[in-house]
Design a protein around this ligand. Structure first.
Ligand code: CA
Ligand code: CA
Length: 455
């Protein structure tokens, strides 16, 4: 063979390989498109374990063209929301990858960027029904080919949560699960269940609220509704408008990053059913006897293990605190403090746990705490890390009042109990008796197991 023949063969093979590895990408638009306004185009991109980073545009008619689509596997749809700037969602790749790592499944990214990118939010809202019709038709095709509706999971972000709701309603609520990540509030507040997401749209609907005071939805919409950090504002997000665009979307987008952490499962966020965030912070909802040995439901992807008991309870509002950045999960303790000062004392507590060369901190300052002689003050102490084996504890008391003389808290008993169910924790309750806390001075001590004390 001559050299040029080799070259041509080489080129042909290269072209073949390139053709085989051609990946379809999520539509990348810019602010210009958004300013002019875009009209709706729905594209469904398939990802599987064998094609984890290379998307394939799929049609609604011929599934056999995509041998990597396995009808016996569950299928998860990712449905994004409004795109102000037209850029692809920054979390999309991570969400797809983490899902595929967790389970062998088909992931379909519903790309409706043409239609979502528009300065006028109302135009994007108008497209939601049509996106849902498109996804519905695809799912009906899957069903005709033999897929089981209960193995279908829709993960909808913001407007995508209501698109998931419409899709689920089109399929008579028979799809397995909808996970709604901060469902959009504007244009959906106060609407009837058929005009928004609700718990009848799937067999199981889990919802997380992270920005209910601005872009999200305040009222519960699913079988379980989580209110992360109360559901309105998130730690680590800018508090002023001077931070630009992130001021508007940080709280809202946090719902996705919390969910990503839960799929990643590096640690778990335990959540507490309660009537209000205030009661939760006050330590009034820290027992979960209604959930038996499983304990309080955890947040996110794996809450499906609580499905049956949550369905029995019809609607659950659950609260949890998170860190300001990933890993978001915190370790919760119940803390009891009893003092013997003559007068009632008011103030805040900072508690640190030390062990294995690590330190975890909980700041209990959501309100001025009331300490009364010989009366247990029960508190929630949420620590930023999990210290499996606590060697030492530090406590600091402050009143925040610099004008008055420094106070002293005469502690008769301090008790810390890890709230994780028994099989998940290394230690039982930790106690310490007779501690004098001078205001703003940290005191460190070695706790002892409570049951071994003679108190
Ligand atoms: Ca609905
Ligand atoms: Ca907010």
């Amino acid at each position: 063979m001559l050299l040029w023949q080799y070259l041509i063969t080489f080129l042909l093979v290269t072209v073949q390989i390139c053709k085989a590895e051609k990946c379809d990408e999520f539509t990348d638009l810019n602010l210009g498109h958004s300013i002019i306004g875009t009209s709706l185009k729905v594209r469904l991109l398939l990802y599987t374990r064998s094609h984890g980073t290379c998307g394939t545009l799929v049609s609604h008619t011929d599934l056999s063209a995509y041998p990597q689509f396995n009808l016996l596997n569950p299928t998860t749809f990712i449905i994004h929301g409004y795109r102000l700037t037209g850029s692809p969602p920054p979390w999309l790749g991570d969400l797809t990858q983490l899902l595929l790592v967790r389970k062998d499944m088909n992931v379909i990214v519903v790309d409706w960027n043409y239609g979502a990118a528009n300065l006028n939010y109302l135009e994007a809202v108008k497209n939601t029904r049509e996106v849902a019709s498109n996804v519905t038709a695809f799912i009906q095709m899957l069903q005709e080919q033999g897929a089981d509706l209960s193995s279908i999971h829709l993960i909808g972000v913001s407007l995508g949560a209501h698109i998931s709701g419409f899709t689920g309603a089109n399929l008579k609520g028979e799809i397995g699960r909808i996970s709604a990540l901060d469902p959009a509030g504007p244009e959906f507040k106060g609407r009837n269940p058929e005009d928004r997401l609700d718990s009848s749209d799937a067999q199981f609907v889990d919802v997380v609220h992270t920005d209910m005071d601005l872009l999200g939805f305040r009222e519960p919409l699913g079988h379980i509704d989580y209110y992360a950090n109360g559901g309105a504002d998130q730690p680590g997000c800018p508090k002023t408008i001077f931070s630009g665009q992130s001021y508007f979307k940080c709280d809202h987008q946090r719902s996705v990053y919390l969910f990503l952490d839960s799929i990643n499962a590096t640690c778990t966020s335990r959540t507490y059913p309660c009537s209000s965030y205030k009661d939760f912070l006050d330590g009034k909802c820290l027992t979960c006897s209604q959930f038996g040995d499983a304990g309080c439901p955890i947040f996110g992807y794996d809450v499906i293990k609580w499905k049956d008991i949550l369905l029995e309870q019809n609607q659950t509002k659950a609260y949890f605190k998170t860190n300001g950045k990933s890993p978001y999960c915190m370790t919760n303790y119940r803390m009891d403090v009893m003092i013997w000062n003559k007068d009632v004392q008011w103030g805040y507590l900072t508690v640190k746990l030390h062990g294995n060369g690590k330190e975890a901190q909980a700041t209990i300052n959501h309100k001025s705490l009331k300490f009364k002689k010989f009366t247990e003050t029960e508190l929630l102490a949420a620590f930023d890390k999990d210290i499996q084996s606590v060697e030492k504890v530090s406590v600091k008391f402050s009143t925040g009042n610099v004008l008055q003389p420094k106070r002293k808290l005469r502690i008769l008993q301090i008790r810390l109990e890890n709230l994780e169910p028994k099989e998940n924790k290394a230690q039982g309750s930790l106690c310490r008796y007779d501690v004098l806390l001078e205001e703003n001075k940290e005191v460190t001590f070695r706790p002892i197991p409570c049951e071994e004390s003679n108190f």
